[in-house]
Design a protein around this ligand. Structure first.
Ligand code: TMP
Length: 253
């Protein structure tokens, strides 16, 4: 059998050439990294969970008309996606103060924001993904003003969808990061959600207990990351609980 061609290897995923033009296969690894890969480990099953969770979120987004790169899941660790030209920015949406914003601005973790706050970080590991302004983005040609407006609109729609989905299973969406790519259709280009949406790239807190159910469990060494992600997946009905496949999310009263 011919070996398929690897296109890109990142910290948590590998991209292979897809079966059709303009497609790629995205493989989810078990590797976990934090603090710009200074802390790393292999978490058994993380790739399987993130493949399923990203499929679940992106299928839902596609269903409500928020375009994403997701086409279909191929197996436990792989999904077929549309090839995009990635915009070199991480788009972060914050509903509640946490993480780097709490540290940078001295705002206590857990403080609700008066409205969702959007930040852009320039994707460059050697610089540690610095926070940048719209002025930088336009001046250095990473994206146009129109792209920025479209990215903000996309990010807010993802925020509303994900916040509602999580709230329904008793989880607060504190913040998250998305990446956005450009696709070309004839003379037109469109921006779509790319990369992944998973507990690796979100902060998720249990509404009742405040328990962390995201990558902070690994960053802060406060428990089992696989257990936290499994809890998210089972509440959403994406993974079976006690061997029984549920038909949908377990709503919290
Ligand atoms: P931060 O508080 O560290 O800036 O992170 C904000 C959110 O974005 C958090 O949910 C984690 C996510 N994120 C990533 O997934 N990758 C990144 O490189 C960054 C900067 C943030």
């Amino acid at each position: 059998m011919a070996r398929r061609r690897m296109v890109y290897e990142g910290k948590a995923k590998i991209l292979y050439e897809g079966p059709e033009p303009e497609t790629l296969i995205q493989y989810f690894k078990d590797d976990a990294t934090a603090y710009n890969a200074e802390k790393r480990d292999v978490i058994d099953g993380k790739g399987v969970l993130n493949n399923r969770l990203s499929e679940h979120f992106m299928t839902g987004l596609n269903g409500i008309g928020v375009p994403t790169h997701f086409i279909k899941r191929l197996n436990m660790r792989e999904q077929l996606i549309r090839a995009v030209e990635i915009i070199p920015l991480e788009v972060v949406v914050r509903n509640i103060a946490a993480g780097s914003m709490s540290k940078r601005l001295g705002i206590a973790e857990g403080t609700p924001m008066p409205r969702p706050i959007i930040e852009f970080y320039y994707k460059d590991d050697s610089l540690g993904d610095p926070l940048v302004t719209e002025e930088h983005i336009i001046a250095f040609n990473w994206a146009t003003q129109q792209d920025i407006d479209d990215m903000i609109a996309l990010a807010l729609r993802v925020n509303d969808y994900m916040s509602g989905l999580m709230y329904g299973v008793g989880i607060r969406l504190v913040d998250f990061k998305i990446e956005i790519g450009r696709i070309f259709e004839g003379d037109f280009q469109r921006l779509i959600v790319a990369d992944e949406i998973s507990p690796d790239s979100c902060r998720l807190w249990d509404i009742e207990t405040g328990q962390k159910l995201d990558k902070d469990v690994f960053r802060q060494d406060i428990g089992s990351l696989a257990d936290a992600y499994t809890e998210v997946a089972t509440r959403l009905g994406v993974m079976p609980r006690n061997g029984t496949v549920t038909s949908g999310p377990k709503l919290v009263n």
